[in-house]
Design a protein around this ligand. Structure first.
Ligand code: AKG
Ligand code: FE2
Length: 305
């Protein structure tokens, strides 16, 4: 069934659409799920207002319609749920850094489904960027360069240098989440398994570009990141309680704006298992090492999402 059955309202010019008149649930008709998936592939992120009827179990039941629900690899699931990740501003859950979810994992999630539970009176918007359009925006010579690049993604990096994490928060997460280190090599350009589009696979889990000295890698990454996050390539969502955002995690990055101070904000995420990325020349991503790292510092919830 085509997306024509959906009441679709594009939000920004290049990414994002609101879907009206749908009541999300685990028992939606398959034709509706198919139409929502088709719209998601086109718009990359979809927004549904007024879904206050969803509780945690309902969110998980809806998420299961998309595939296999997967828990975050290192952050404990929310109590009473099978796989929900809660981001609570009072316990450090502020993802104010551009990323694609869980790219330190080999087959990182295909789709994330986020529900607004407690939303500040002002602030706390989330922004998504279109990584397929960013690829197309590259000048041909840069595109050619990207086509041949691979990057090392990891959940272990010096996050304190990149985020405004206070000392108490840092210590708490180091104590609580000292855990498994993941390292994965992904192509910088992957072929989307459903649309065939080429998308850039970068974001804050990238440690470096393979084959380049660190300083060169940093400079090249800055160039590619600038194409991903330019404002024309993004959509910004002003949350209300009960809103649900669904994004194609293979074709987007996102950033949760941390501009709401001490106001409380809680969102809960379900993620759907993805597949191993494939480069344009048919090579699959490679997991370098997955194991216990006794001396490794834990990765905090805010920055490991
Ligand atoms: O807090 C948000 O709006 C987004 C957080 C995030 O990065 C995620 O849920 O994956
Ligand atoms: Fe995220």
């Amino acid at each position: 069934m085509s997306e024509a059955v959906l009441d679709l309202h594009p939000v920004a010019g290049r990414i994002g659409a609101e879907v009206r008149n749908v009541r999300l649930s685990g028992s939606l008709a398959q034709t509706s799920i198919d139409a929502i998936r088709a719209a998601l592939l086109q718009y990359k992120v979809l927004f549904f207002r007024g879904q206050q009827h969803l509780d945690d179990a309902d969110q998980e039941a809806f998420a299961r319609r998309w595939g296999t629900l997967v828990a975050h690899p290192t952050v404990p699931v929310r109590n009473g749920t099978s796989a929900l990740l809660e981001l609570d501003s009072e316990t450090g859950g502020r993802a104010n850094s551009w990323h694609t979810d869980v790219t330190f994992d080999l087959a990182y999630p295909q789709v994330s489904i986020l529900r607004g539970v407690v939303i500040p009176a002002a602030g706390g918007d989330t922004v998504w960027a279109n990584t397929a359009q960013a690829y197309l925006d590259l000048p041909p010579a840069l595109r050619q360069l990207a086509d041949n690049l691979w990057a090392l993604h990891t959940n272990a990096y010096d996050y304190a240098s990149r985020f405004q994490v206070n000392a108490a928060g840092l210590k708490r997460y180091e104590e609580v989440f000292t855990s498994t280190i993941y390292e994965t090599e992904h192509p910088v350009v992957r072929v989307h398994p459903e649309t065939g589009e080429r998308t850039l696979v970068l974001g804050h889990f990238v440690k470096k570009l393979l084959g380049y000295p660190t300083t060169d890698s940093e400079q090249l990454l800055k160039i590619f990141d600038s194409y991903i996050t330019r404002l024309e390539n993004t959509v910004r969502w002003r949350w209300s309680v009960g809103d649900v955002a669904i994004w194609d995690n293979r074709a987007t990055q996102h950033y949760a704006i941390n501009d709401y101070g001490d106001q409380h904000r809680v969102v809960r995420r379900a993620t759907i298992a993805g597949d191993v990325p494939v480069s344009i020349d048919g090579r699959r991503s490679v997991a370098r090492s997955v194991g216990e790292a006794a001396t490794a510092k834990a990765v905090d919830k805010a920055v490991s999402v």
